[in-house]
Design a protein around this ligand. Structure first.
Ligand code: A2P
Ligand code: MG
Ligand code: MG
Ligand code: MG
Length: 364
């Protein structure tokens, strides 16, 4: 019997692997003026654009009917002052698109020697990511470099792709070029791919398509109370880390948090490198994007965990490009999740009481 979404999984894994090779190589040659600041003040590099061009090419050839909700668009590159950046992106994307076929890849996906595209074609393929998402139908969501700030620091980042059908995430692929392949050997070989298809488990695969190491199945372990710790953002603007501290104290967590950028945190949770992913809003009005949580959510669920917002409601991937009003994200093993939610609520109440007391003091 053929497995549902098997072809999609094969294409998604190959596309993410190819993009990871691109981003890893671009990091070594990236120079200062190859990064732009977007309207929302976040950085985007030539690597983000080129990786989106490569993955969108492969998806559009393999599944021509499928729309894509991608993070980047070519607007800034089409502007007159985007020409220098544009030509570097064209060079990079074509280098990746024309690289020799790897095991499992086919020329029908628009890759391999001879498959270079014109600058206009590449700008258009980047803009295939402009779909608005929604409640019904099938579409992909792509974050070509998740954790761009981590990428720029040479730390954690991830190439993230998910398939959504009628607002349900069916497939998630997360490529982590800088994550230790074996968590028990943190200074050993780096790079891994994480894959989850609904109902078929969560798996870690080697980063290289030529590596024949068999996939390993991931299950969130049961943590002893003194072993539990939090996985949280590096960037203070992305999550309210002071509130995380309170939650940790309420939970009786003694281990320090593990801070890392990107959806690598979901991968770390799925394989037991940390016990709780906690992302509480900073109150700036930022709305979380579907591409930042779709692959991670299915990975965590398939590894036996739960993921909700801070009220205990499921994340809603049917609202468009964002998750709507921001109530944060709480992900953990099934046995711990309810306790974390309680601790978050207690910590929020405690924080509100202290803030009110401080205000009253000031008013005196
Ligand atoms: N103001 C913000 N608040 C929360 N998340 C943000 C904000 N700005 C960007 N992000 C996104 O948060 C994610 C990384 O957060 P973290 O690494 O802390 O988990 C990234 O997806 C990043 O986008 P990007 O994909 O552009 O890096
Ligand atoms: Mg970004
Ligand atoms: Mg992101
Ligand atoms: Mg990104």
């Amino acid at each position: 019997m053929s497995q549902q979404y098997e072809a999609e999984q094969q294409v998604a894994v190959a596309a993410v692997r190819r993009a990871c090779a691109l981003t890893a190589s671009v990091f070594n040659t990236l120079v200062k003026n190859e990064t732009l600041t977007k309207e929302d003040k976040s950085p985007v590099t030539i690597g983000d654009y080129a990786a989106q061009a490569v993955i969108n090419t492969i998806l559009s050839r393999a599944f021509p009917q499928d729309p894509i909700v991608g993070e980047e668009d070519a607007g800034d590159l089409r502007a007159d002052n985007g020409a220098a950046l544009r030509s570097r992106i064209v060079e990079l994307a074509n280098e990746s698109l024309t690289a020799p076929l790897q095991p499992g890849e086919t020329e029908e996906w628009g890759i391999g020697p001879g498959h270079a595209q014109s600058p206009e074609e590449l700008m258009n393929i980047i803009d295939r990511g402009n779909y608005g998402g929604g409640r019904t139908g099938r579409f992909w969501t792509l974050d070509p470099i998740d954790g761009t700030k981590g990428f720029l620091r040479g730390e954690q980042y991830a190439v993230c792709l998910a398939l959504i059908q009628d607002a349900r995430v069916e497939l998630g692929v997360i490529g982590c070029p800088n994550l230790p392949a074996d968590p028990s050997a943190p200074s050993g070989a780096r790079g891994a791919i994480f894959v989850a298809a609904r109902g078929r488990g969560a798996w870690q695969l080697p980063l290289s398509p030529a590596d024949t190491t068999p996939p390993t199945r991931l299950t969130i372990p049961t943590f002893a109370a003194d072993q539990l710790n939090l996985l949280e953002s590096v960037e203070k603007a992305h999550a309210k880390l002071a509130l995380n501290d309170r939650v940790a104290r309420t939970l009786g967590v003694t281990r320090p948090p593990t801070r890392m950028d990107s959806q690598a945190k979901y991968a770390a949770l799925a394989r037991g490198d940390g016990g709780v992913y906690l992302r509480l809003p900073v109150g700036s009005g930022y709305r979380e994007k579907i591409w930042d949580h779709a692959p991670g959510s299915v990975l965590v669920e398939e590894a036996g965990g739960r993921i909700t917002d801070s009220r205990g409601q499921p994340l809603d991937f049917g609202l468009g490009r964002t998750l709507g009003e921001n109530f944060g994200v709480v992900a953990a093993g099934k046995g711990v999740h309810a306790r974390v939610l309680e601790a978050v609520q207690a910590a929020q109440e405690e924080e509100a009481r202290e803030e009110a007391a401080e205000k009253a003091k000031e008013a005196q």
